[in-house]
Design a protein around this ligand. Structure first.
Ligand code: ADP
Length: 362
């Protein structure tokens, strides 16, 4: 993704009133204007448009805000303090840094509804990023259908707990060089995860804050489908740099994808783009692509919603069998059409977030 057509530029141009929950008092507006002068050097956009500033409140002469950043972006706090010190009325700014220890870039994979290939995309994208040389973690937070462990070849394995000076932490498992944690690992095999309300909130929050990931370039979060409680909690609690939406071509007329995009924009998280899954079928004999669910749907959605179309994944039976046996197709055949699309998406994401550049230079 060249920086000129950065997804952040498009999203921020379309949705300049992103911090929708703010009461725009004069002082609050002054703070936002001040913060908009601070540019994140890698992403080349201001920290407000990037969704890094949330829960902004001004009470009398004091500013309170949450700063959602990766491990390598803590320096922004100093810049904020210095920028806010130029406001004559501001006596003190209280900045609460929200981060996942050790993690640079957190990306979420979402879909308007289940069954469109969200987990398939999460797993294959994790592998593709790892093929770029990145250290990758995958958090399966799909409380309604946590099937990432199976897709990565992990059976029902116990989760170890580590005592640390900051409290107890889940130890992630590892498969194909990718660190993995899943809500499914906490459930009885074949039993539904019947968590609701506050319990769901607590477990989901624990999953975000209490996993000992170690150093990661990318953490991918496989979100539950839709725009329910669990999804909103995860999005609000985590320093997500951007969301990737998975849709199938026939979803173009259906409002669930649009609803998801509006939800992310409302909570201030940038939407990086759409991946169209099951775009076409390649004929086994002649290699001709057939768009069995219609064509142009993903592009139409992307244009309408001002987000890039990141890639189109064909229907390939090996995706299904690879998922069943825990061998993602991008790993077993990175030069297949499917593998190449995921590698290209991973390369463009990595060009945007620049997490592996120091490794490439070595
Ligand atoms: P979701 O996470 O959205 O519920 P999954 O990733 O679990 O969806 O995919 C649902 C089913 O569709 C799985 O059996 C998966 O193997 C299959 N599938 C997903 N994408 C493709 C594809 N491009 N070609 C063939 N099968 C696919």
């Amino acid at each position: 993704m060249p920086s000129d057509d950065s997804p952040f530029e498009q999203a921020s141009a379309e949705n300049s009133g992103r911090i929708a929950d703010l009461q725009m008092g004069d002082r609050q507006q002054a703070v936002i204007n001040c913060l908009k002068q601070i540019t994140e050097p890698i992403l080349k956009n201001n920290i407000v448009s990037l969704g890094m500033v949330r829960n902004l409140r001004v009470v009398d002469n004091y500013v309170y805000l949450r700063l959602y950043v990766g491990q390598h972006q803590h320096h922004l706090e100093e810049q904020i303090q210095s920028a806010l010190s130029t406001l004559s009325w501001c006596k003190k700014a209280y900045i609460h840094i929200c981060t996942i220890p050790g993690v640079k870039t957190t990306l979420a994979i979402s879909s308007g509804k289940g069954g469109v290939g969200k987990s398939t995309v999460s797993v294959n994208l994790a592998v593709a990023l790892s093929l770029q040389g990145a250290k990758v973690g995958l958090l399966d937070a799909d409380v309604y259908g946590p099937n990432v462990p199976q897709m990565m070849g992990l059976g029902q394995t116990g989760v170890n707990i580590l005592d640390t000076p900051n409290g107890q932490r889940f130890v992630p498992l590892e498969a194909h060089g990718i660190k993995l944690m899943s809500v499914g690992l906490l459930a009885e095999p074949d039993h539904p995860l019947a968590w609701r309300g506050p319990v769901l909130h607590k477990i989901v929050t624990q999953f975000i804050h209490e996993v000992a990931w170690g150093d990661l370039d990318y953490l991918l979060i496989d979100l539950p489908p839709g725009t329910g409680d669990a999804q909103i909690t995860i999005v609000q609690e985590s320093p997500i740099c951007g969301v990737i939406l998975v849709a199938t071509p026939q979803q173009v007329a259906i409002s669930d994808v649009r609803r998801s995009i509006y939800m992310f924009r409302q909570v201030g998280v940038p939407v990086l783009g759409i991946i169209e899954n099951m775009s076409y079928l390649i004929c086994e004999h002649c290699g001709e692509p057939t768009p069995i669910f219609g064509s142009g749907g993903g592009q139409q959605l992307a244009t309408e919603l001002y987000v890039p179309l990141l890639g189109q994944i064909p229907i390939d039976a090996r995706i299904c069998t690879g998922g069943d046996i825990g061998q993602p197709l991008t790993l077993t055949d990175p030069t297949s059409t499917v593998g190449r699309v995921f590698v290209q998406i991973a390369a463009s994401l990595d060009a945007t977030f620049d997490c592996t550049s120091t490794k490439r230079q070595k």
